[in-house]
Design a protein around this ligand. Structure first.
Ligand SMILES: *Cc1c(COP(=O)(O)O)cnc(C)c1O
Length: 497
């Protein structure tokens, strides 16, 4: 039976997996979400000897079940190839007896967004062909720094697509910014906005939900889709590496099949950790899902109090990809929490946009108790980079260090000794100034000086992603106000009145 993806805000709005990927976001503002979990045979005796690509096939064919086997083979082979600098695709590094870092940053843009965004363009163009789509797909993307680059790397010069990326002008690292503004490809457009990530994401969602704009696009042969984790085509490929990591630990004898494993995930939009939740739902033996935030700790408060309150100061931290106050994918968890009830979900989300907060009433806390949420301050994050370096001569990026620090706090607080995998979401080469300052105390280096220092300290080879970045021509220089984001879209598509 084909899986149904239902809008979190309208029970009558249901689609198949390929339709959900093509649309990105439901027209009612909701997110397409599976209403039941597929059956997946997670036989570790077999999976421990299975390649990343084969695990991907197992998971994708279960969740994206209206794609044919050949279509998925093509998408997987096109995504997980030598764009990654290791055949393992997502290798594990043992940091201590109870900590393993799962390196999700070995793809072309050195952040974990590559894990899903290297396959999303293939899934989307395959879905477009399947449904005989006669329109050009316009990928509209808000980015806190990493999605934008990873999406453009995937969609650059893909026929039948345009991609427009909005990023907060003062909210990304220099390396992140240069990675985006030097992007090549005739169909790529990068725009800095005078605002933060939440401003960008809210406006992008508004454009998606604007039926007049949708009609205008359609009349001109365009259709929006999304490369943000609101697209189920982002989430499903992220389930793969949780299963793969577990199997690899069984293979290396670090755990035995069936043993419970915790995962600590540095969280912003709640996409990565939601994928871990789905991995648990299909039977992966996961204990706690440790939800780690930076000082924008709205999720910590939510899990601890049942109230989600975005009315607080937005902080710019050293882990900018997690500087988010409205975590879009939490809506999917809420939907499951209230028993896949879209009316109730809509009510809560309406309260969030109207009043800036909502409180869970009387819900079964079962799902919430799977999570342990906490946050790391800026000082704790830097101290954790230093601690891990001193202990293991391994350099974590600031996002990874947030999760690593929260894991340490969690252990102290609970005494839980369960072995834990830290989702390591970016290479330190993407945030060299912070990484070097944490380890050496030098705080006045430029990004490019810090890159050299980092190389000397970490002995990790320069990733291709930062090679030549200093001298690459800047192609994208547009800055707009939040109010003019739609204007920018219309100008790029030459449909402005
Ligand atoms: C996007 C991102 C995150 C947050 O992931 P979510 O899926 O949004 O929770 C964490 N770290 C890095 C480096 C990222 O790019």
């Amino acid at each position: 039976m084909t899986l149904t993806y239902q809008s979190t805000r309208d029970a009558n709005n249901t689609v198949t997996a390929s339709q959900a990927i093509l649309q990105g976001l439901a027209n009612d503002g909701g997110l397409y979400t599976p209403t039941r979990m597929p059956e997946v045979n997670l036989d570790m005796a077999v999976l421990k000897d299975t390649s990343y690509q084969e695990v991907a096939k197992l998971i994708l064919s279960a969740f994206l079940d209206d794609f044919t086997s050949e279509e998925l083979d093509h998408c997987i082979a096109s995504a997980y190839d030598d764009k990654f600098d290791t055949d393992a695709i997502a290798p594990l590094v043992k940091i201590s007896d109870d900590q393993y870092n799962l390196e999700l940053f070995r793809g072309s843009t050195i952040a974990f967004k590559d894990m899903a965004l290297s396959i999303l363009p293939h899934l989307m163009t395959t879905a477009a062909k399947k449904h005989g789509l006669d329109k050009k797909i316009v990928i509209l993307t808000a980015t806190s720094g990493d999605t934008g680059k990873a999406a453009m790397a995937g969609f650059a010069d893909v026929p039948g697509t345009e991609i427009i990326v909005f990023y907060p002008r003062d909210g990304v690292s220099k390396v992140q910014e240069l990675q985006m503004t030097t992007q090549t490809g005739e169909n790529t457009h990068v725009v800095a906005i005078d605002g933060n990530f939440d401003d960008a994401q809210t406006k992008v969602k508004e454009m998606f939900n604007d039926s007049a704009l949708r009609d205008k696009l359609a009349a001109n042969g365009f259709q929006f889709s999304s490369a943000n984790s609101m697209n189920i085509g982002r989430l499903v490929p992220q389930i793969v590496y949780y299963v793969y990591a577990y199997a690899q630990l069984v293979k290396s004898g670090e755990i035995v099949a069936g043993e419970v494993l915790n995962f600590a995930v540095p969280t912003g939009n709640f996409g990565n950790i939601l994928a871990a939740f789905y991995a648990k739902q299909i039977g992966l033996p996961i204990g706690k899902l440790i939800c780690a935030s930076n000082e924008n700790n709205v999720l910590t408060d939510f899990f601890n109090t049942g109230t989600y309150d975005k009315k607080r100061d937005f902080k710019v931290t050293s882990s900018p990809s997690m500087d988010i106050l409205v975590s879009s994918n939490l809506e999917r968890l809420i939907f499951h929490l209230v028993g896949n009830n879209s009316e109730q979900t809509l009510e809560l989300m309406t309260a969030l946009s109207g009043e800036g907060q909502y409180s869970l009433g009387d819900v079964d806390r079962g799902i919430l108790d799977l999570f342990a949420a906490d946050f790391a301050t800026e000082a704790e994050t830097l101290a954790e980079i230093k601690r891990v370096y001193d202990a293991a001569l391994y350099v974590e990026d600031p996002h990874t260090a947030v999760a690593s620090a929260v894991h340490q706090k969690y252990k102290t607080k609970t005494g839980d000794q369960t072995k834990t995998v830290i989702a390591s979401t970016a290479s330190p080469y993407k945030f060299p100034v912070v990484a070097v300052a944490a380890i050496t105390g030098e705080t006045d280096l430029t990004d490019f000086e810090a890159l050299e220092q980092l190389h000397a300290i970490s002995k990790v080879a320069y990733p291709a992603a930062v090679d030549g970045l200093e001298t690459a021509p800047v192609r994208h220089k547009t800055v707009v106000s939040v109010a003019d984001m739609q204007g920018a879209v219309e100008r790029y598509l030459t449909i402005a009145d």
